[in-house]
Design a protein around this ligand. Structure first.
Ligand code: UGA
Length: 436
């Protein structure tokens, strides 16, 4: 199959590369010339494990190419995937901004030749596919096309394995012809018995939002239960095992922490609430999940403050991990963006380390944070250490060494990575989330 991927952001680049790995011929198009030039030199704009190697391999084998010009590939392609950004609208009302989708659609429309399936890969509000079809019909009445929806469920940091071994593939189609094209594209997964959920377009569009909102709700739920564990003196890690082994509940996404972040859950929960409001409904459970997530970050600030005796001023805090999750350089909506400024404002000195996120953090966090080359340097002369993001390199820290480096010995494990008893044995006070 010949595929055009519009947008070389996180979703477009991973999806295009993985389709090429399946054996399809993929052209990734982006308007950003600097980005395309970098990609042509084998330089990957995001940190995603395994991606660089896969891009290089597929370029070398002639199945993957990058360009700023969509005309040739759209004209000769079987499918065009829209994978451009759908950020939260600048109006601040939670709606998704569809400007990039509609601009790309107009450009594609003029180039279409022969039957083509236009596939929405970006996370878009229900009804967007209809708008895409309308724009194409208006721009190029002779175009022979179908629109389809194929939401992505990739996690940053694990995107390649998620793509190659998904739990399911959802395709929203309204014609057999479009379905056949999408089934052909995903044939390598079908052959390894990945379930393909075929549905109508609107349902596919909504499925993506419903999945992310459910996962966000699960996290907010366990975060609230963790706070209750803190008050009662119960252990949320054992509790999560106790409920997660029930197949109806499932053990995944039951890890408490400083609140979910990233480019997806915060944006998609807001967008879903707006979609519901437009229908005259409210999604009270999703609203609560969002509210709990905001409160969780504030509670983490209070936790740190209490541990420091109600007084951050003059105290030095080492922060390990800044990105919203490990194995990414993505800082979007990372809990650190809320928690660190609150501590700084009260006069704390912050020394931070992150394996991949520090360049981006410097743009997003206030001045005054001291960035260090490693975790130990961050801990030197600190009064407390906060484990903010569970990077693997923070999982086996030399606690004895850290103890000798620190001024006072408070270990605040916001990801529950360490065994409380083990940390206490090394001479620290230990505080996790729901592990008192
Ligand atoms: C999420 C979904 O998991 C993907 O299925 C979806 O495709 C993607 O959004 C998207 O819409 O593009 P992602 O945001 O990359 O993926 O990362 P997750 O692993 O889901 O983590 C999101 C946030 O939740 C992180 O801040 C993480 O630390 C937090 N989290 C996750 C918890 O606090 N506890 C958990 O148990 C799991």
């Amino acid at each position: 199959m010949k595929i055009t991927m519009i947008g070389t952001g996180y979703v477009g680049l991973v999806t295009g590369t993985c389709f090429a790995e399946f054996g399809h011929h993929v052209t990734c198009v982006d308007k950003d010339k600097t980005k395309i030039d970098k990609l042509l030199q084998g330089d990957i704009p995001i940190y995603e494990p395994g991606l660089k190697r896969l891009v290089a391999k597929n370029c070398k084998e002639g199945r993957l190419r990058f360009t700023t010009d969509l005309s040739d590939s759209v004209a000769s392609g079987d499918a065009v995937f829209l994978a451009v950004g759908t950020p939260t609208s600048r109006r601040g009302d939670g709606y998704a901004d569809l400007t990039y989708i509609y601009e790309a659609t107009k450009e594609i429309a003029t180039e279409l030749k022969g039957y083509t399936v236009i596939v929405d890969k970006s996370t878009v509000p229900v009804g967007t596919a209809d708008q895409v079809a309308r724009i194409i019909r208006e721009t190029n009445p002779a175009a022979e096309f179908d629109v389809a929806s194929n939401p992505e469920f990739l996690r940053e940091g694990a995107a390649i394995s998620d793509f190659m071994r998904p739990d399911r593939v959802v395709i929203g189609v309204e014609t057999t012809r479009a379905e056949e094209v999408l089934r052909e594209i995903y044939k390598p997964l079908y052959l390894q018995e990945t379930p393909i959920v075929k549905t109508d377009i609107k349902t596919a569009e909504l499925t993506k939002y419903a999945a992310n909102a459910f996962l966000a709700t699960k996290i907010s739920y366990i975060n609230e239960i963790a706070l209750l564990c803190d008050s009662i003196g119960a252990d949320v890690v054992s509790l999560a095992k106790g409920i997660g082994m029930d197949g109806r509940i499932g053990g995944k996404f039951l890890h408490p922490g400083p609140g979910y972040g990233g480019s997806c859950f915060p944006k998609d929960t807001m967008a879903l609430m707006r979609i519901a409001q437009e229908q005259g409904q409210s999604l009270r459970i999703v609203e609560a999940a969002v509210e709990v997530n905001g409160a969780q970050k504030a509670k983490m600030v209070k936790k740190v403050r209490d541990i420091l005796g109600g007084q951050e001023a003059g105290k030095t805090i080492a922060v390990l991990g800044l990105t919203f999750k490990p194995e990414t350089d993505d800082m979007r909506d990372a809990p650190a963006i809320t928690i660190l400024p609150a501590l700084l404002e009260k006069g704390a000195v912050i020394k931070a380390h992150d394996p991949q996120g520090m360049d981006e953090a410097k743009h997003l966090l206030p001045n005054g944070i001291i960035y260090t080359d490693n975790a130990y340097e961050a801990c030197t002369d600190a009064d407390a250490v906060i484990l903010m993001t569970e990077w693997n390199q923070y999982r086996a820290l030399d606690l004895e060494k850290i103890h000798t480096l620190m001024r006072s010995h408070h270990f605040i494990d916001l990801r529950n990575v360490y065994e409380p008893g083990h940390v206490r044995e090394k001479g620290f006070t230990y505080s996790g989330v729901g592990r008192s």
